[in-house]
Design a binder for this molecule. Structure first.
Ligand code: ADP
Ligand code: MG
Length: 398
């Protein structure tokens, strides 16, 4: 993978640098409730500012559908950005036109300016040429630090890279380097763990992984669909019986590619989906007709951990069980801890992502011990599905 980074950007004092960032933070009653995304892009912003660039931030916020919507104004989050950066942050009420230009013209070297929500214009999501030109008019250089938006070919995530010299920001760089280690050019054996609720949301992901990894561990609710396709009675478990053929095809493709598929040998079953529900461990071919599997059992955890011990690289998306309700978090937590231990020992490269997966790793207290935990959501999943990411591809062409 070749792309330019901030290391290639010398001599930028006084230059206008348009930086695409992810500031799509959760807001409640006008206050930012989780500043993680701002914290992630802070290093890029501060590095450029320190080098004397005029730093002009571009971002979307919510889904305003091409016109201004008051409660989706980026003006709302300026105080939070200032707090995280520890520096003054100017704001312009439009991302193009006279208001943007006046704010950019007023910048001194090292100043930071946030432009209004790019999605207030229809041209953003259409990647419209005129809109992209209007954005580019305010910059000399383009830096993309928003991997989480890189699966979309929008004006600020893709179009601008065709008009200005384009570079990856530090967060984008870290994400791309981690993903390259995870599946691009990984140390083998590579083991993938895929869990979560449903096969239907992860067909492309499973189909891509079986071609790339040496072993695929399937857990969570989706394991039931595979077990049922194989003829196992899964009782009242979450199961997509209509996807039996899809599950079979994935197993056939795996066999053809030499990828081992590891399904649970035992399960923790309950009669209710709630924390503390009465539960028991059963062999996977002994699931009672009136019970549902809410977690993989201890024998399965042993098998998963043995694969983690064998692996040089681990890619993980989706919890092994209903981790939100104890004690059905046990398998996910045990496997997460083992992966974290191996990573800390320097024996494993571990890359994980997905909304619930990140929550599960935080719950297990090991997110910081993984080699990389992606908070990119959709872009991470599309990467795992082997789909091209337009915002990344355009950086690589340059
Ligand atoms: P991610 O957001 O990381 O991509 P998913 O959304 O695919 O992960 O999966 C997470 C969900 O899967 C959780 O809400 C969890 O409760 C559910 N889940 C995992 N195992 C089971 C199971 N055995 N039965 C029902 N739901 C499950
Ligand atoms: Mg989810």
């Amino acid at each position: 993978m070749t792309f330019k980074t901030l290391d290639d950007l010398t001599d930028i004092a006084g230059k206008r640098v348009l930086v695409r960032v992810d500031l799509n933070v959760p807001v409640k009653d006008g206050k930012v409730t989780d500043a993680t995304r701002i914290e992630r892009v802070a290093p890029t912003i501060l590095e450029l500012s320190k080098k004397g660039a005029k730093v002009i931030l571009l971002a979307h916020f919510g889904r305003p559908k091409g016109e201004p919507v008051a409660d989706q104004s980026l003006g709302l989050i300026v105080p939070a950005v200032k707090d995280v950066l520890g520096q003054p942050v100017a704001f312009a009420e439009d991302c193009i036109g006279d208001k943007a230009k006046a704010a950019v013209d007023a910048l001194k070297d090292g100043d930071i300016l946030l432009l209004e929500n790019t999605r207030f214009h229809k041209g953003e999501e259409k990647n419209d040429a005129d809109f992209t030109k209007a954005l580019a008019a305010n910059g000399d250089i383009y830096v993309n630090d928003a991997f989480s938006a890189a699966h979309r070919a929008h004006a600020s995530t893709e179009g601008l890279a065709h008009l200005l010299p384009a570079y990856a920001g530090r967060t984008m760089q870290a994400e791309l380097e981690a993903l390259e280690k995870g599946l691009g050019n990984p140390k083998r054996p590579v083991v993938a763990i895929v869990g979560g609720a449903k096969v239907s949301t992860k067909i492309d992901l499973l189909s891509n992984l079986v071609k790339k990894v040496d072993a695929l561990v399937i857990g969570g609710g989706m394991a039931n669909t595979f077990l049922a396709a194989r003829g196992t009675n899964v009782g009242k478990s979450l199961c997509e019986h209509d996807l039996a053929d899809t599950a079979k095809q994935i197993m056939i493709d795996a066999a053809a590619a030499g990828c081992a598929i590891i399904l649970p040998e035992d399960g923790v079953v309950a009669r209710e989906f709630k924390a503390g529900a009465d539960n028991e461990v059963v062999a996977i071919d002994k699931i009672p007709a009136d019970a549902m599997v809410l977690d993989v059992g201890p024998k399965s955890v042993e098998a998963v951990n043995a694969w983690i011990s064998r692996a040089e690289t681990l890619v993980w998306n989706g919890p092994l069980g209903a981790f939100e309700i104890a004690p059905f978090d046990a398998a996910t937590v045990a496997a997460a801890k083992h992966a974290a231990d191996r990573t800390r020992e320097g024996a494993l490269i571990s890359v994980a992502g997905g909304g619930d997966t990140v929550a599960a790793l935080n719950h297990a207290g090991v997110a910081d011990d993984f080699t990389y935990v992606s908070t990119a959501g959709g872009a991470f999943l599309e990467w795992m599905e082997g789909k091209p990411l337009p915002g990344v591809d355009v950086l690589q062409q340059k």
